[in-house]
Structures are given as C-alpha cells and as structure tokens.
Write a protein that binds this ligand. Structure first.
Ligand code: PLP
Length: 375
C-alpha cells in the first residue's frame, strides 16, 4: 500500500466491552492533544501534583507516596514487588486466575520464595486460607492478592485481611487494576499497604500509566532495604524525588514523565470526581444488574459466585461458536468482548462494563446483539 495513504488510516471506533481497554471519553482524548511541556516545567508539575492529589481521592488514601508509574498495570505490579522484596524474602501470593499467576511469577523474579494460596478459577480466597498460610509461613513479609480478577470475573472480598496480615508483621499488597473507579475500594480504611491499578479499565483513560500508592508500613520496609532495587527504572527511592519532590533536593530528573498521558489521566480523574466516586460505583452496580438480568433471561450463566460489576464472565452456551460469535459482534455491531483465558479458554465470554462503557445504551446493545446472534 502507498505509504501516504497508509499513514492516513484512522481506526474505526469500537464499543469496547472487553477486559480493557474501556471506551475513552472525548474530553480525555482532547486532553491528550494539549501542548507537550517539559517534565520540570512548573505548569506541568502543577498538573502532576493535582493528578496525584486526585489519585489519593480515588484510592481513598492520604498516602503522600501516590503517583502514576510510567507503564501499564503490569509495571505497577512490578514496581511494588521489586521495591518491597529482596532476594531471600518470603512472600504469600493468592492465585485464582491469570493475574495472581502473574504476580507469583513477578515476585519469584525478585528472588523471593513464594508460598501460594490457591482457589479454583472463578472462586475467591477466604480469610481462613490467609490466616493458615501466615501461620505456616510466619516469615512472609508480603501478601499479594487480586481484588478484581479480570480473567475470571471474581470479586475478592478483603474484610479482615489487613488485620490478619499485619498481626503477622507482613504487608498487604492489592491488585486493583479492574476495581479502581468502578468498585468500592478504600485503601486507608481497609489497611492496604501497597496498591496498583491501571488507567484503561474503570478510569476510562488510554493504557499507559499505572497509579500506585504506598502506605507507611511499605515505606518503612523500603527504607530498611539492605540491597538496591534491581530495577533501575522502577526504583521508588529515586522516583519519589521526582513525584513528591521529597528527599530534600527538590524535583530531580529520573526519566521523562509521559507528559500527555498525564494530561489524559488528569482529565479522566476529573471526570470520575465530577460524577462522584459513590455515584460511579453505584452506576457500575446498576449496569451489572441490568446486564445480568438480561443474560440470565437468555439462559446464560455467570461463572463466578462473587461477580465483579466491571467484568461479567459467563459460560458459553452449548452449541455456540466462541470465536464466531465474538467475530460477528465485532464485525456487525462494532462490539468487542473478551474470550476466556487459561482453563476458561473456549468456555467463557468476558463482558466488561468499565467506566465510560458502563451505560444503559451499551448494556442493551450487547444484549440485543447477543440475542440476535445466538438466535
Ligand atoms: C489488566 C490487568 C492487569 C495488567 O494491566 P496491563 O495494563 O495490561 O499491564 C493486571 N491486573 C489485572 C487484574 C488486570 O485486569
């Protein structure tokens, strides 16, 4: 193809009802197009400071060390693991889906010994399992768990987890990539020590940043490290000098912050707070119930017992052609939904109702499309 024509290609808009990214509001896309500034320009630093302040509101935390890591959700996961763990440490990681499996891998790469707490995919981890694991491994200093397991649609309750983890002297680390901005999540009230998320799920911003927050216990663990963080890029002892201006020397260059992505996140968070966190969480709950009622009326069944509102994981009905149905949704309706992963490959569909995508219009559209295609 002619290069000039090729470079003029513009993607056709889709209705993103998969496991992420979610639909991005025009306001956020416009924010991306604002003039690029220098990363030490006072105008930009003010935007970054406001972005971090809004992240604190959305995480419901007062943690001063709350900022967007440059990179997607996986970068946030790695950032927390590499900073909190040193070679030879012990960690407990809960595994009941793709992201718990990945966390185990990431933690092992830090040189830590991992003890897993497992549940069948689609099920959640119980407090009793955590207590038993802490009793069996009293030296574990890190307990990692996924709040919203996007691969299975399971919504992990966290009541009582922090008390158990802290009583054993460990840190509670939470993956909130698919819950932040869509589900009830209270970092300070729930005693979460370190948490990471992503921009492209319930915040409805393009992928590219990973909001993280570190509480006082996590800071103390980082300050007591005996070894250097093995990742230069994700070393919080250096990053915090830029993001918080802390460390005495003021703001210093570490890496060039993704300037325009920060504008996008700033706008996305502004939209979240304009709607109000409680109202937004309630909207996600209502849209989940509306979708669920429609799917169940068609005879479709949810796989997890505790379903997320942001991600609906349903069994593929007997006789339906998995890839064929998803292809028709995309080609005929412009709707993207997700396939099953791991043991659920070929057995599940994942319908995301995240952020800007969680609307009556989208719920009714995907229900109508599925009803038509499945006949
Ligand atoms: C999407 C997701 C991630 C990874 O985020 P990326 O932005 O794809 O790197 C991690 N954890 C969960 C639960 C997710 O849904």
């Amino acid at each position: 193809m002619d290069a000039a024509i090729d470079s003029a290609l513009i993607p056709v808009e889709r209705i993103l009802l998969g496991p992420g990214p979610s639909p991005v509001p025009q306001r956020v896309l416009r924010a991306l197009a604002a003039p690029t500034l220098g990363h030490l320009d006072p105008q930009y630093l003010a935007i970054m400071d406001r972005t971090c302040a809004m992240l604190r509101d959305v995480f419901r935390t007062k943690n001063p060390l709350t900022f967007p890591v440059s990179g997607t959700g996986m970068a946030g996961m790695e950032c927390i693991a590499v900073n909190l763990l040193e070679p030879g440490d012990e960690a407990i990681v809960c595994v009941n889906g793709v992201f718990g499996t990945r966390m185990k891998d990431v933690v092992e790469r830090c040189g830590a010994t991992v003890h897993t707490v497992e549940a069948t995919w689609g099920d959640v981890i119980t407090l009793e399992q955590i207590t038993a694991a802490l009793a069996a491994h009293p030296k574990a200093k890190f307990v990692g768990i996924v709040h919203a397991e996007t691969s299975t649609g399971a919504h992990q309750p966290l009541d009582g987890f922090a008390d158990a983890v802290h009583a054993s002297g460990a840190l509670l680390v939470v993956d909130a990539v698919t819950s932040l901005g869509g589900h009830e999540l209270r970092v300070d009230d729930w005693g979460i020590d370190a948490i990471y998320s992503g921009t492209q799920k319930c915040l409805s911003c393009p992928p590219g940043l990973s909001p993280v927050s570190f509480g006082p216990r996590a800071l103390a663990v980082m300050d007591a490290r005996k070894t250097k963080v093995q990742s230069w890029y994700l070393d919080v002892s250096m990053l915090r000098k830029y993001y918080t201006g802390g460390g005495g020397g003021g703001r210093v260059y570490h890496h060039t912050a993704p300037i325009n992505m920060t504008y996008a996140l700033h706008e996305a968070l502004t939209i979240v707070l304009e709607e109000g966190l409680d109202a937004r969480i309630e909207r996600h709950a209502q849209m989940h119930r509306r979708l669920r009622a429609g799917l169940e009326a068609m005879g479709l069944r949810y796989i997890p017992k505790h379903s997320l509102h942001s991600l609906n994981c349903i069994g593929i009905p007997a006789g339906a052609d998995d890839a064929g149905v998803r292809r028709r949704l995309l080609d005929e309706y412009g709707i993207e939904i997700g396939a099953g992963l791991g043991p659920m490959a070929g057995k599940a569909w994942r319908i995301g109702l995240m952020g800007h995508g969680s609307t009556v219009r989208n719920v009714d559209l995907v229900l109508t499309a599925l009803r038509t295609i499945l006949g």
